[in-house]
Design a protein. Structure first.
Length: 120
């Protein structure tokens, strides 16, 4: 995989719905929000599976790459944002650094097999 500076890589990513309680003016307000990731649920007496409520996207924007001399691996400088299944975008604009191999793994998709649970 050739990593291009300035390119945004879109990765399909699982999301779960999570209830969050916020303090309002007069009472506690409960609402559902999207959270990147999966949840583990038991399916057999001694086993579990990973489930997601829907799928969104993770956006990885490459800022720069750098190769130090010697035996050190190439580093990738990037930012990460999320797009929820409802289309809203969130995430901080923090600069992240990883090795080239780790970035390629991250840009390839979610690490584990999961099922999209459409019951909710």
């Amino acid at each position: 995989m050739n990593i291009e500076v300035g390119k945004t890589y879109k990765v399909k990513y699982p999301f779960t719905l999570e209830e969050v309680e916020n303090l309002g003016f007069t009472k506690i307000v409960t609402k559902k929000v999207w959270r990147p990731g999966v949840r583990s649920e038991p399916v057999y007496p001694d086993d579990s599976k990973l489930f997601a409520d829907s799928e969104g996207q993770m956006l990885l924007t490459v800022v720069d790459t750098h190769k130090l001399p010697g035996r050190y691996q190439q580093r990738v400088f990037y930012t990460r944002k999320w797009i929820c299944p409802d289309g809203s975008e969130f995430g901080k604009n923090n600069l992240r650094i990883s090795t080239r191999n780790y970035f390629i793994e991250k840009a390839s998709g979610y690490y584990y097999d999961y099922e999209v649970d459409s019951n909710d």
